[in-house]
Write a protein that binds this ligand. Structure first.
Ligand code: GRF
Length: 206
């Protein structure tokens, strides 16, 4: 990956609460993320993430799936916005849609995602609950590159969270989110600085 530190522009994709977006904004404010957060993209018109973006003065765009006849046209509209903003890195932060292989090919090794379980365990939309109900003693978030298969791209960072005897799904979720907010900005900055090298399934950080 060859991304310049200077002038990099990122887009954050959200569908909901946007606590990871907030962590990214806060990291930028502290100088821990050096790229410009040029755009927030959402497929849900009234999600809280959009309010967070507005408060931070970040340009927002809502692209709803139902406004387009096909997924291809829907994604074309998103791509148009990304091109207009000269986006160099896409950060998925609670974006609840799968990107098509065609879309992913437009941004090779330049799309990141955070998943709330230790991949490759507990892929899918309910990673926290599935791990909790399975009874694991250790879980935690994973930041990875996005590839065509869901939650299967090369892993950048993970963080371990111990499941305590008195944890509920809610308290566990809280602990996992706290870790997400630490590792996602860190992984994003590594990508911004061009310090990630994919070697097969492994990501070397240098
Ligand atoms: C996070 O748990 C993340 O791991 C998953 O979706 C959730 C988004 O939360 N992909 P938020 O919208 O950032 O608060």
């Amino acid at each position: 990956m060859n991304l310049s530190v200077q002038g990099m522009r990122i887009a954050v994709f959200c569908s909901g609460n946007g606590s990871n977006l907030q962590a990214i904004i806060d990291a930028r404010d502290r100088g821990h993320i050096t790229a410009k957060i040029a755009l927030v993209v959402s497929d849900v018109p009234d999600c809280f993430a959009l309010e967070r973006a507005e408060r931070a003065g970040i340009k927002r765009v809502v692209v709803e799936r139902k406004a387009f006849r096909s997924k291809k046209e829907f994604e074309k509209e998103i791509l148009k916005n990304l091109e207009k903003e000269e986006i160099g890195l896409i950060v998925l932060a609670g974006y609840m849609r799968m990107l098509s292989p065609d879309f992913i090919r437009q941004y090779p090794e330049r799309i990141l995602n955070i998943h709330p379980a230790l991949l490759p365990s507990f892929k899918g939309a309910h990673g926290i609950r599935d791990a909790f109900l399975y009874g694991v003693k250790i879980t935690g978030p994973t930041v990875h590159f996005v590839t065509e298969d869901m939650d299967a791209g090369p892993i950048i960072l993970q963080s371990a969270v111990a499941v305590m005897g008195d944890d509920t799904e809610e308290t566990l979720a809280e602990a996992i989110h706290k870790e997400e907010h630490k590792i996602y900005p860190r992984a994003i900055q590594l990508a911004i600085e061009g310090r990630l090298k994919i070697e097969g399934r492994r990501v070397r950080i240098f």
